[in-house]
Design a protein around this ligand. Sequence first.
Ligand SMILES: NC(=O)c1ccc[n+]([C@@H]2O[C@H](COP(=O)([O-])OP(=O)(O)OC[C@H]3O[C@@H](n4cnc5c(N)ncnc54)[C@H](O)[C@@H]3O)[C@@H](O)[C@H]2O)c1
Length: 397
Amino acid sequence: MGLGYIGLPTAIIAAKHGVQIIGVDINPQVVEKTNQGQLHIVEPGMQELLQEVITNGQLKASTTPEVSDAYFIVVPTPFKGGNHEPDISYVEAATRSVIPYLKEGDLYVIESTSPVGTTDKMAKLIFELRPELQDKIYIAYCPERVLPGNVIYELVHNDRVIGGMNEVSTEKAITFYRHFVQGTLHRTNCKTAEMCKLTENSSRDVQIAFANELSLICDKADINVWELINLANKHPRVNILQPGCGVGGHCIAVDPYFITAEFPMESKLIATAREINNYKSFWCAEKIQNAMLRFELEHHHKPVVAMMGLAFKPDIDDLREAPAKYITTRVMQSCNNADILVVEPNIKEHKVFKLTDYKEAYEQADIVVFLVAHTPFKSLPYNNSKIILDFCGIYKK
Ligand SMILES: NC(=O)c1ccc[n+]([C@@H]2O[C@H](COP(=O)([O-])OP(=O)(O)OC[C@H]3O[C@@H](n4cnc5c(N)ncnc54)[C@H](O)[C@@H]3O)[C@@H](O)[C@H]2O)c1
């Protein structure tokens, strides 16, 4: 259920390993494209595999479920409202749509990143509507931790955490994942498995927040944060991450809220890390605006500003929740669209931003703002005649 960035590759890899798969998505265009053997997501190597499993009939896509032996819920779990409450309505809708097809001996697994207790909630819903299935089906939670761009390898080789509602459910789910996972399958209960996924991403968020906080302190203290972190990491038991212009993407910037919304009193560090990482983006925007004002006062004309990068991390084309996109938008709105050149070498065009080639933008700009450490930017020679705001360590020295 759900043929997106995670569900579709999972369906393809399982099909490739001999499992007969019906891929269900409520979006008819996704279903149509998939059945035509056309990959609707970007993932290296996946197009060829899709074509193969569609051609040999191992995978077919549909807008509605069919009777199966195992059901996997891989739909979005965003947050909603000012308090960042997790929105599990997609998980519930997908679950409701498979409930009529469930039969004795079936396996039901949630893979979507979910707040603690979601699997229990869905089990309750299933047994409310189908009480005769109580103790007759297997229910488990198995989170996904693949890195987009390396999905073919990671789906097969990563270790996975599998948490059943009871031990037999865990074993049943393990038997399924053994079809294609070569990594170790770790047994636990569903609540621990749910929390494990949230913990992994919150851990990253907290560690990045520490680096970002250091960058704010170092800016005030006039210390090179990159040099500082490099030196501190010479300690055998210290491993500080690199600061940047915030935290983006649809996982690390989202999942910690699934903990803070439910455990607000206890999750002080996790909540503060979210605030620090959000604040860092706001701070970067302020820094740019100040630099622009100072330039105008000194030169009596507005500067040309190059915003280098829009993606949420280096060398990808994914702009979801990207701090660089937020900062660029904020700066453009605050300066009446002065001469801002927007650069993102990993995409050809954007419906909001007019894109400029990175070398051309660097050449033309009075102020160059490095927002994302894309590899091509690192070959640009440092130019003393420009004001350079390097938020992502292009010129670490
Ligand atoms: N993308 C990642 O890198 C990643 C990594 C780990 C975990 N996750 C988690 O995996 C889950 C899925 O993420 P994604 O990136 O694949 O999302 P996505 O938005 O790419 O795809 C989700 C798909 O589900 C479909 N859908 C929505 N409601 C449906 C329903 N009721 N029935 C059938 N299909 C339905 C949508 O049309 C969409 O095609 C999320 O919980 C996410 O947090 C994502």
